[in-house]
Design a protein around this ligand. Structure first.
Ligand code: C5P
Length: 236
């Protein structure tokens, strides 16, 4: 029986000290952590190793998007770093995603490989401007199917997309959802939000939560409250 925490706490901090300070207030049995572009660019692989030494699974959120060989080598480096999850842009195409998957399949430690479909910051007008016709949802569904057929393990998606995606992709295909706000918590700059319990009910597998935990007076209590709300029996 292994613990499979559903919450991924986004460590959106400008440096290792702040990220590690916050991580030490949390409990690896209750969450994973996400290292994104800012923290990684400032603190590098060392902070990933330090978080792993504290017992946390790390989602390395660097959204690789490059030619197949370069993306595959980056994914291989992430696998060698021992991360739990890594991601690429589905718009890099089938061959890029397949090369990334083949690279991590060869690794001793295989991370979950997740695709970003359409950035939720893009509206229909901006999509058309870069030559993508159809609605954002059409594009998300098409790219999620492409990622699934390229052998990826899941996609990052907004809570609004979870229901349609769950009807489209296999049950085992992971849906990773940011834009989650517990009831009564400050919404901030997030627009299309869902409560943690609704995101899980709609079919999300993992919830990315940043400020509701990192900016809380008591981060561990805030995290525990979310876990109680989603009421997951944490058994893999
Ligand atoms: O603080 P908050 O809970 O809004 O943080 C959410 C995290 O998820 C941030 O790291 C943000 O970059 C990320 N994210 C998001 N919306 C997306 C994709 C990623 O908020 N569509």
């Amino acid at each position: 029986m292994t613990v499979d925490p559903k919450i991924i706490v986004a460590l959106d901090f400008p440096g290792a000290d702040a990220a590690l300070h916050l991580a030490k207030l949390l409990d690896p049995a209750q969450c994973r952590v996400k290292v994104g572009k800012e923290l990684f660019t400032r603190a590098g692989p060392v902070v990933v190793e330090q978080l792993q030494q504290l017992g946390f699974d790390v989602f390395l959120d660097l959204k690789y998007h490059d030619i197949p060989n370069t993306t595959a080598q980056a994914c291989r480096a992430a696998a060698e770093l021992g991360v739990w999850m890594v991601n690429v842009h589905a718009l890099g195409g089938r061959r890029m995603m397949e090369a990334a998957r083949e690279a991590i399949d060869k690794a001793t430690h295989r991370p979950l490989l997740i695709a970003v479909t359409i950035l939720t910051s893009l509206d229909a007008g901006e999509l058309h401007e870069v030559g993508l016709s159809g609605s954002p949802e059409d594009n998300v569904l098409r790219l999620a199917c492409l990622a699934e057929s390229a052998g990826l393990d899941g996609v990052v998606c907004s809570p609004q997309e979870v229901v349609a995606l769950r009807e489209t992709v296999d049950d085992g295909f992971r849906l990773v959802t940011p834009g989650v706000r517990p009831a009564g918590v400050v919404v901030g700059d997030q627009k299309r939000i869902t409560t943690p319990e609704d995101a899980i009910r709609f079919g999300s597998n993992y919830l990315v939560v940043g400020r509701p935990v990192t900016q809380a007076e008591n981060p561990l209590a805030a995290l525990t409250d979310i876990n109680v709300a989603i009421d997951i029996k944490q058994v893999r």
